[in-house]
Design a protein around this ligand. Structure first.
Ligand code: ZN
Length: 73
C-alpha cells in the first residue's frame, strides 16, 4: 500500500500536518494553509504556485477547472 492522500480540514492541516506536504483538493497543486497563529483568523488554502484553473482560488480563476501543472500525485 502506498501513501494515500487524506482529506483534512484546514484546522487539522494547520495543526496536525504542519510539516506534511498538502495538496489542493481541486487541482492537486501544492498548497499551504495560511492564517493567523492565534486561531482567531480565518484559515485559507494558498497555492504555492498560482494556478488559474482552480475553482478554489477565486482570484484569477478562469472559469474552467484544469489540473495544476505541478500537481502532486
Ligand atoms: Zn487548487
Amino acid at each position: 500500500m502506498g501513501e494515500a492522500w487524506t482529506p483534512v480540514s484546514l484546522a487539522e492541516a494547520r495543526g496536525l500536518y504542519t510539516m506534511t506536504p498538502k495538496r489542493c483538493p481541486a487541482c492537486h497543486g501544492q498548497v499551504i494553509v495560511a492564517g493567523s497563529y492565534t486561531g482567531t483568523g480565518r484559515l485559507k488554502l494558498q497555492h504555492r504556485r498560482a494556478h488559474t484553473g482552480c475553482p478554489l482560488r477565486p482570484q484569477g480563476y478562469v472559469g474552467t477547472p484544469s489540473p495544476h501543472p505541478q500537481a502532486l500525485t
